[in-house]
Design a protein around this ligand. Structure first.
Ligand code: FEO
Length: 506
């Protein structure tokens, strides 16, 4: 193992910031011949009996996609609805040595092994590279190790410990523990390992292949959605059919760890990436700048669009009427694509994703047990848990005898960095009347005034919201806050505050 990137190099890359997008936009997409992909596998292995041959795809001439999709699971992580299914991606590098990059969820383990056997044929598996230990990518590891007893497991120290914790899988006699900048040659290919803590677990690393320019990016750049045979993002209508699920996937799964994602984007800017091979969703080989720009916005908590979402919580319809009134007033005044959500009906993961997309959020809640309507409170606390920042809020409250929801909602939105407010809170009793209509009209005008800015205010808010960053010199974890507490302990590697350095502005 050669260690080509030292810790200082890592930190220097990490502070390079959002230059990644500009750099990435210059990257061309590598195009590999796809004719006769299955035949290539057939000819290579001389195997025709494994069904896996039919679902394997070439990523390059010697790198194969062997993942699988499924549509049976209702809730990903037992939380997130996935009506379009989900893909668990895994890749094989056939070189002088063979390497398997990540495995799959237990739900598709049968297809995975068919694919693996089809690609490897009679060859041994030399390396299993574990970029991410979460069980949706590691459930097949134990069986891989039994089937391929010669395979070495390449992973971070944290991943090795997790393997043991999850699956009682002791790999101490066959592990190759790697860290930032370590490399592994399989012959023609050399993989460089890049730590990506909290994207989305602490043990995560990514693997960059210098020959193909592929970044095996673990969960980053992934999406909900089954692949339906189409492997590449340019083979589907990604922007119209996939983007909402890609956004929902990122914001709900990784959204809390924006600064860690920014660090990864900064590292991405330092290498020539031609393809992104995530562990879920399509592979990116064209237009990488587009998806990197989305990630830059989401991870910096910059609104993706100057747009308005209205979320209401209503029991008998009064609050719903008020929400629809203000939506109509916005529309009549020229605001397109206003989105309105019943907080009791829309899954909170969809609301989180929309909040990351929209610059302006109007919250309308009835008062419930002298508090916020429970589903609305749950949504707002989830927003806080996902670290949403830099949004403009407007508040509407309803109460049949003692309205209180607006101030209570503001207590939560005040805790989000960079929150601003458009208009005065609107209060009404039970059902909106003519007076309410006028107040909602005034509120709509205030929202439109706020929307009509050139974005400079939002950019300034993003800038001001950026907290001082303290970087763990051992694992790269980032703590944000003006002061690092003396007794602080790194949640990833367990070292104390003395191992953190304050990140200096350039
Ligand atoms: Fe797809 Fe974090 O696992």
């Amino acid at each position: 193992m050669a260690r080509e990137i030292d810790r200082k190099g890592f930190l220097k890359a990490a502070v390079a910031g959002t230059a990644s997008v500009a750099a990435a936009s210059l990257l061309g997409g590598a195009v590999f011949a796809q004719d006769n992909e299955a035949e290539t596998v057939n000819e290579f292995q001389g195997k025709k009996k494994f069904a896996g041959i039919g679902s394997v795809r070439n990523v390059t001439e010697d790198i194969y996609y062997i993942g699988a999709s499924e549509k049976r699971t209702q809730l990903f992580e037992n939380v997130y609805p996935i009506p379009r299914g989900v893909a668990y991606n895994s890749y094989v590098i056939l070189d002088e040595k063979t390497a398997l990059v990540d495995t799959v969820d237990r739900s598709v383990v049968g297809q995975f092994f068919e694919n693996l056997i089809a690609v490897l044929g009679d060859r041994p598996l030399d390396y299993l590279i574990v970029d991410h230990m979460e069980p949706d990518h590691s459930s097949a590891i134990s069986e891989v190790l039994v089937r391929y007893p010669e395979a070495k497991v390449v992973c971070t120290e944290a991943a090795a410990a997790m393997l043991n914790n999850f699956f009682a899988c002791d790999i101490s006699d066959r592990s190759v523990i790697v860290t930032e900048g370590d490399t592994l040659s399989t012959g023609k290919h050399t993989l460089t390992f890049v730590l990506a803590p909290m994207v989305h677990w602490p043990e995560v690393m990514m693997s960059y292949d210098d020959v193909s320019g592929i970044l095996f990016s673990a969960d980053a750049f992934g999406s909900f959605g089954a692949l339906n045979g189409n492997l590449f993002a340019d083979e589907v209508n990604f922007e119209t059919e996939w983007l909402p699920d890609a956004r929902r996937y990122y914001t709900n799964i990784v959204g809390k760890y924006g600064s860690n994602v920014q660090d990864v984007l900064a590292k991405a800017a330092t290498v020539d990436i031609k393809m992104l091979c995530p562990t879920h969703g399509p592979v990116w080989r064209e237009n990488l700048g587009w998806i990197l720009d989305k990630y830059d916005k989401w991870s910096s908590y910059t609104p993706e669009e100057q747009a308005v979402m209205i979320v209401y919580g209503s029991v008998y319809g009064g609050t719903e009427s008020a929400a629809n009134m203000v939506a109509a007033q916005l529309s009549k005044k020229g605001i397109a694509n206003v989105s309105v959500y019943d907080v009791s009906k829309s899954h909170v993961s969809e609301l989180i994703a929309e909040a990351f997309r929209c610059s302006h959020i109007i919250l309308a809640s009835m008062t419930y047990n002298m508090g916020i309507f429970t589903p609305m409170k749950n949504f707002l606390l989830d927003l806080e848990a996902h670290n949403l920042q830099n949004r403009t809020f407007s508040l509407i409250e309803n109460g049949s005898w003692s309205p209180a929801a607006a101030d209570l909602m503001k207590e939560i939105t005040d805790r989000l960095a960079g929150s601003r407010y458009a208009g005065e809170k609107v209060t009404f009793f039970s059902s909106p009347n003519n007076n309410t209509y006028e107040e909602l009209n005034t509120l709509a005008v205030a929202v439109i005034d706020s929307l009509s800015g050139d974005g400079a205010e939002e950019a300034e808010a993003v800038e001001n919201a950026a907290a001082t960053r303290w970087v763990c010199t051992v694992c790269g974890y980032v703590y944000e806050g003006e002061e690092l507490p003396e007794d602080y302990v790194c949640p990833i590697c367990g070292v104390g505050a003395d191992k953190f350095v304050k990140e200096e502005e350039e």
